[in-house]
Design a protein around this ligand. Structure first.
Ligand code: KG4
Ligand code: ZN
Length: 336
């Protein structure tokens, strides 16, 4: 088949984003508009997010098409995240995608947002294929997924409470570092001592591959309560580095343990937390003999190009969605 282009629309949480890629996974444009308005509230306010998507969506479409230097006729299909996410936010993107598909007479391709995160890797490594073990870590998800083929996969471990990104965000909130927490903790931790405090590693001694971050949250809350403001300010980077180590070390340990037990040779990281520099470093340090893949930094967070990437194979298989398709918020990686 000759080359084709796909527009991807992403509005599942607080980033309005669109990207255009070609059938070889080359990115022609990828525009992301974040919503700093939520910072004031220390987390995403769903109703505010939907309204901001509505406000941003048309200018972003124009900018995305302009940056790609393509015309509407060049676009083969409209891809959009329909699950999981904030339902109001998803509905803004899906309704917009449906209107475009209807008006332009192009097929609509619905994508699971977590599969989208995984496909951010295809943009950097177009030949990457299962079998592999994926660690999908974002603001709402922490899932260890054994992909035997692209369609045949099992979630072998997941969080029992907070997601790893959520743990970063909660630690940042406790330390009054603002939202989102991951990038600021990552930055601060670089100058800190990660052995300064030993925070608990969730479910470290339990068999199986589930994760838990509620113990860490309580532990850091109590730790901060028992110190003076001056002490916290003086050791902020040490505390951030110690908390970060507790969040990411258990991810690395359990992922490698499963891969070794099952003889899996490739590990693929996906989602916002895969941007974490210490996580990447620790994986590289411990991976010994296995191959590690993760997306380029700017494709780790929510973006439209990864949604378009997840639609390439669907386009080839003519796996199109009806205009009556609905969005849904149920968590987890799944085939749509
Ligand atoms: O995948 P994503 O953009 O959105 C969701 O689907 O949730 O992930 C956002 C999450 C936030 O919790 C944020 O704090 C975290 O990813 N994050 C990071 C880093 N950059 C973003 N966590 C750790 N280190 C980072 N460098
Ligand atoms: Zn995401």
């Amino acid at each position: 088949m000759s080359k084709f282009y796909i527009l991807g629309i992403e509005t599942s949480c607080d980033d309005t984003s669109m990207g255009i890629i070609d059938s070889d996974y080359k990115v022609l444009s990828n525009i992301i508009s974040s919503q700093p308005d939520h910072e004031l509230f220390g987390g995403v306010v769903p109703e505010l997010a939907s309204r901001l998507h509505l406000k941003n969506i048309l200018p972003i479409l124009q900018a995305t098409l302009e940056e790609s230097k393509l015309a509407w006729d060049d676009i083969a299909a409209i891809a959009v995240s329909v699950n999981p996410g904030l339902i109001g936010s998803l509905l803004v993107g899906l309704s917009f995608a449906k209107s475009l598909a209807f008006a332009l007479k192009k097929p609509l391709i619905c994508v699971n947002h977590m599969i989208g995160h995984l496909y951010a890797n295809k943009i950097a490594f177009p030949d990457l294929k299962p079998p592999y073990l994926a660690l999908v870590i974002s603001g709402g998800h922490t899932e260890l997924v054994n992909f035997r083929t692209q369609e045949d996969f099992t979630v072998v471990g997941k969080t029992r409470d907070d997601a790893s990104g959520e743990a970063f965000d909660k630690v940042a909130k406790i330390l009054k570092l603002g939202y989102p927490g991951g990038p600021v903790i990552d930055r601060l931790a670089k100058k800190g001592d990660r052995n300064f405090v030993s925070f608990p590693r969730g479910l470290e001694r339990e068999p199986g591959y589930d994760f838990s971050y509620s113990g860490l949250k309580t532990s850091i809350m109590n730790y901060v309560k028992n110190q003076t403001g001056e002490f916290i300010a003086e050791h902020l980077s040490d505390i951030a580095a110690s908390a970060q180590e507790a969040i990411i070390e258990i991810l690395v340990t359990k992922t490698l343990k499963y891969a070794k037990a099952e003889g899996i040779k490739k590990i693929v990281l996906a989602g916002g937390v895969s941007a974490n520099s210490r996580l990447r470093e620790l994986f590289e340090e411990k991976i010994k003999g296995l191959e590690l893949f993760y997306p380029p930094l700017k494709l780790c967070m929510d973006n439209g190009a990864m949604i378009a990437a997840a639609a390439v194979e669907k386009y080839l298989n003519q796996d199109f969605s009806d205009l009556s398709t609905n969005a849904f918020s149920t968590k987890g990686i799944r085939i749509i």
